[in-house]
Ligand binder design. Structure first.
Ligand code: NAD
Length: 453
């Protein structure tokens, strides 16, 4: 086993050492999960529900501790981290209602009775990125467990601490050993093994499009079920008839939240040309006043980036020639800081407009008509989320239908609710998570006909 040194991105100090699982340890964990699965699926629905509710209650009990752990491991602001731990609790509570309600159907046929069953898949492997370690883990494990699967979960190398803690809370809640196992490890070792091991019947992957494509190809070998939540380059479209003050004051939150390390970040702002100057006049001070600093402080709005390497990558998008229209503050000294930055891209092929930067950098672009706004919004390989700011209900509806993305908000930047479906079009992913139908992607639909004679 090798060791990973966990670093606090706000101080660059080492805060923990975590053992990384090798292939043998991964195989052993998958074998335990496979052995535990029939018992878990056979647990009475009400008892499975009760255990998930107990798990949720323990997350709630330790919410502050989980949040503090996330602040020091991931650099998330304390207010965001509390929301993330609360989201794990809520997702568990929401899907705790599912085991007793995941009903099949009885279909009228001649000569007998026809019924359908939702059968669990078996072992589900969940691979989590570093940007939202707690919620993204829960969006996979809560519905997977509710449906009667057992779960092996690999957190990202950089951010294993809260996942490990959640694994312990699951055991404390009474969920049997082997039902939910957290395996810190490398993507190329533990993650790859989830793809190649035949006992893992489904892979849930959230991360980069590049790795997602590789996992999809690997899963094809075994016709393995797969959900992909990948990158984004979402548009925030501001029409001239919008409440401009509100749109401009909310726009920084739509892209700089979590330091821009958010697959739903609205990293392109498309503004109707007739109000561009006024929008920039309102938006620039909003960018400059984002409170960047110690994520432990209650009033901090933006913390550091996750690592030195990631800051290097984000910095590479900005050169001396880049036209910067607003730049906020960033602390000096240790920590992987990068200031919130708004830019004008050099042209349609500028990487600032095309690539997912995954940092606090936003490109502002004018448009002249509703048709052009939709065309520009769709001029990307991605299709995850986006916002539309307008007071015209008809336009809100037309543009929402025209933009090729899985999650849109009108006069809001809210993208994700545990009770509504989430996922991407095009290169942003495959399948949906959350919402009332999540269990369908963690089960196989079985049809049974019983002859009446
Ligand atoms: P990444 O693809 O490098 O890693 C994601 C996870 O995959 C990590 O746990 C990593 O260890 C693992 N992994 C790496 N190589 C692997 C392999 N060969 N086989 C199996 N697993 C492997 O992504 P990242 O840098 O951790 O996360 C940032 C990316 O995630 C961004 O592109 C972002 O848009 C995306 N993201 C998408 C969503 C969404 O819901 N669509 C949510 C969060 C993040």
């Amino acid at each position: 086993m090798s060791i990973h040194h966990v670093i606090d991105p706000a101080t660059e100090e080492q805060i923990a050492e975590v053992e990384l699982a090798d292939v043998a340890a991964t195989d052993a964990a998958i074998a335990r999960a496979a052995a535990a699965q029939p018992g878990w699926a056979g647990t009475a629905p009400a008892d499975r529900a009760r255990l998930l509710r107990r798990f949720a209650a323990l997350v709630d009990r330790d919410l502050e501790e989980l949040a503090r752990l996330e602040v020091s491991n991931s650099g998330h602001t304390i207010t965001n981290a509390r929301g993330e731990a609360g989201n794990v609790r809520d997702v568990l509570d929401y899907y705790a209602g599912a085991p007793e309600r995941h009903i099949g159907s009885q279909i009228p046929v001649a000569g007998g009775l026809n019924v359908t069953f939702h059968e669990p898949l078996g072992v589900v492997g969940i691979i989590v990125p570093w940007n939202f370690p707690m919620p993204i883990a829960a969006w996979g494990f809560a519905p997977a467990l509710a449906a009667g699967n057992t779960v092996v979960l690999k957190p990202a190398e950089l951010t294993p601490l809260t996942a490990v803690r959640l694994g312990r809370l699951a055991l404390e809640s009474g969920i049997p050993e082997g039902v939910f196992t957290v395996l810190p490890g490398k993507g190329s070792v533990v993650g790859e093994r989830f793809v190649t091991h035949p006992a893992v019947r489904k892979v849930v992957f959230t991360g980069s499009t590049q790795v997602g494509q590789r996992i999809m190809a690997g899963c094809a070998d075994q016709v393995k079920r797969l959900t992909l939540e990948l990158g984004g380059k979402s548009a925030n479209i501001v029409f001239a008839d919008a409440d401009l003050e509100l749109a401009a004051s909310q726009a920084p939150g739509g892209v700089f939240d979590n330091s821009g390390q958010d697959c739903c970040a609205r990293s392109r702002i498309l503004v109707e040309r007739s109000v561009l100057d006024r929008f920039v006049e309102l938006f620039a001070p909003a960018v400059e006043s984002v409170a960047v600093g110690d994520p432990q402080r209650e009033d901090t709005v933006m913390g550091p980036l996750i690592s030195a390497a990631h800051r290097e990558r984000v910095s590479s998008f900005i050169s001396a020639e880049t036209e910067v229209i607003a730049r906020g503050a960033a602390p000096e000294g240790p920590g992987f800081w990068f200031p919130p930055t708004a830019v004008v891209p050099a042209g349609p092929s500028d990487p600032l407009l095309r690539e997912e930067i995954f940092g606090p950098v936003v490109a502002v672009v004018p448009f002249d008509s509703e048709e052009e706004a939709v065309r520009l919004a769709n001029d990307t390989e991605f299709g995850l989320s986006g916002s539309i700011w307008t007071r015209d209900v008809g336009r809100a509806l037309r543009v929402s239908r025209g933009v090729e993305a899985g999650n849109l908000s009108v006069n809001s930047h809210a993208s994700v609710r545990y009770s509504t479906p989430f996922g991407g079009f095009k290169a942003s992913g495959l399948g949906r998570e959350l919402g009332p139908d999540a269990l369908d992607s963690f089960t196989e639909l079985k049809n049974v006909f019983i002859a009446d004679s």
